[in-house]
Design a binder for this molecule. Structure first.
Ligand code: ZN
Length: 282
């Protein structure tokens, strides 16, 4: 079985060096990283964490900054790291679709080898899910046959840094407006997966994927078996590294004793199929 982590963040050494200065320029970055204990990781850190976990590779992306120049810096690094990684790093590109540069950067990165776009942080980057720029980006991704990964949150439960107002209701409206784009909703889609028990929601979500990033901080591990029952081909295991190590996140899933076929799909098979869909001509 090829274990692939579907949700990891890496940043270039330049971002690590500017961390203090960025806290005053980028409000969402500050919300998550003002605490010096909050880790940032480079591609080398990621590769060693994947090695410790025994994982084959990871979808990796930078931090979705407001500033398009910082997004570009992250993307150049992610793409270069992927090229050097012999297939271990599967690159996505971060952009700010609320800026005119966002779409151009998305096109540039998809042409340069990015396999998708994200993790976009609408709340952190200051736009709603009905922002026209996000709509245009999803159309561009659809034409390029590339998936888009979006950060969404559960509307209930405890508050934490990075928890925003975009939940399953907003995500479903977005999905209904873009039925032909593959959309990965991070953090279990803020719970949209639960509503797939409603036939009309399920019918609208055929191209929606859910990742399990940071699941251990949010949900009981029983969610894996439930979600795999409701959307067996559309659930992607992911750690949210460096927030959680792939090794720790993987151990929790392996301890569940899922059926081997479901475990293989969750831990890499579903992601492989999704990315293969996008391997056609761009
Ligand atoms: Zn997220």
């Amino acid at each position: 079985m090829q274990v692939l982590d579907a949700h990891t963040h890496i940043v270039p050494p330049e971002i690590l060096a500017q961390r203090e200065q960025l806290l005053s320029r980028e409000a969402h970055f500050a919300a998550l990283y003002a605490d010096p204990r909050a880790r940032l990781a480079t591609a080398d850190d990621l590769l060693s964490a994947l090695g410790h976990a025994g994982a084959r590779g990871a979808l990796a992306f930078g931090f979705a900054f407001d500033d398009p120049g910082l997004c570009r810096l992250c993307n150049d690094y992610t793409l270069a790291s992927a090229a050097e990684s012999r297939g271990l790093i599967l690159p996505f590109a971060v952009v700010n679709p609320a800026t005119p540069e966002g779409l151009r950067e998305a096109s540039r990165c998809l042409a340069a080898g990015a396999l998708g776009l994200g993790e976009l942080m609408p709340f952190g980057q200051g736009y709603d899910l009905d922002h026209p720029g996000l709509g245009h980006l999803l159309e561009l991704a659809c034409e390029a046959n590339a998936p888009v990964l979006l950060h969404v949150n559960e509307p209930l439960g405890h508050a934490y840094a990075g928890k925003g107002p975009h939940g399953p209701a907003e995500a479903l409206c977005l999905v209904q407006r873009h039925p032909y784009t593959d959309i990965i909703l991070a953090h279990w889609g803020g719970g949209l997966c639960f509503y797939e028990l409603m036939p009309e929601v399920r019918a609208a979500c055929t191209r929606v994927y859910y990742d399990a990033a940071a699941s251990g901080y949010l949900y009981d591990d029983a969610i894996y078996a439930c979600a795999m029952q409701w959307a067996p081909e559309r659930v992607l295991w992911g750690s949210d590294y460096p927030l959680i190590s792939p090794r720790r996140a993987l151990a929790r899933v392996r301890a569940l004793g899922l059926a081997p076929q479901a475990e293989a799909a969750l831990l890499g098979g579903n992601l492989t199929h999704l990315l293969e869909k996008g391997m056609g001509p761009r």
